[in-house]
Design a binder for this molecule. Sequence first.
Ligand SMILES: Cc1cc2nc3c(=O)[nH]c(=O)nc-3n(C[C@H](O)[C@H](O)[C@H](O)COP(=O)(O)OP(=O)(O)OC[C@H]3O[C@@H](n4cnc5c(N)ncnc54)[C@H](O)[C@@H]3O)c2cc1C
Length: 286
Amino acid sequence: MNGFEYISAVDLKDALAILSREAGNACPVAGATNIVVKAQSGRIKDKLLVSIDALDELRGIREEDGFLYIGALTKISMLANSDLLKEKASVLWQAAQVFADPVIRNSATVGGNIADASPTADTAPALLALDAEIILQSVRGERILALDQFFFSVCKTALEDDELITAVRFRPNGTGAFVKLGLRNAMAKTLISACAVVRLDEKGNVADCALAMGSVAPRPIRARTAEQALLGKPLSDASLAEMKKAVLKDIDPIESIRASAFYRANVACTIAERAVRKAADGHVND
Ligand SMILES: Cc1cc2nc3c(=O)[nH]c(=O)nc-3n(C[C@H](O)[C@H](O)[C@H](O)COP(=O)(O)OP(=O)(O)OC[C@H]3O[C@@H](n4cnc5c(N)ncnc54)[C@H](O)[C@@H]3O)c2cc1C
């Protein structure tokens, strides 16, 4: 093959058969917002591009067996306009509000955002904070992984050549806050993001805390040392100062044209604190 060939899969079975037959040569195309950039920059070449856009079974948000399922082909605009998500997975809804612009949001899909495995992917910290699982399918069957085990490094994941992401799922949780810092207010790639889901007990101590961050390491991360620093303590200036010190143990900031690793390390602590304070405050959907 020289250059690109393009076919459209008619349904999931067809798509999986093509990926199995062409494993290594084939590249699924969902909303095409990033694949075009990758093709133009030469990061992918000589591939069979397999459109999965006709796979309606991978589209939509549904509740089943105590989980919220989001199909891989669900557009970011659908997340941003979903009242169900706003109520039951507020952090993901918040992330969708600040994702690119309306044109990109109308094409970009959740599955594509995760498969890209960019440290800047905006759905990733929200899904990590929700303890999401990812559902992968191939002709060999289905497997379900904790999303935290899916991301390896920049653009490197547990996805096999013959697999498709079909959905993500998580237990509903309507609380929490997503904070994104970019170089401008609109269409900004994430410089640093933090997503916190915090539950206080009746005494005001932190009973549960999930803190996930973007663009502070070669992959989206859970800041587990920082979470531990808060557990069982009241949210005070002192405990938050401890948490910020712990953030530095969790992160491994990347150097990029948008910001130095030094800048990211310093600002990451502040963004994490802002997310935790907002999450504990509530009212983030207003
Ligand atoms: C101008 C611009 C602004 C952007 N702004 C943001 C932003 O603010 N925040 C952000 O997070 N991202 C942003 N992005 C990145 C991009 O839009 C997202 O990563 C998008 O969600 C990718 O989804 P897609 O459906 O377009 O994927 P595609 O471009 O179709 O595919 C991307 C990659 O994912 C793979 N893939 C797609 N679907 C699947 C699947 N179901 N199973 C397995 N592999 C799959 C493809 O093979 C390809 O490697 C921006 C991109 C552009 C061009």
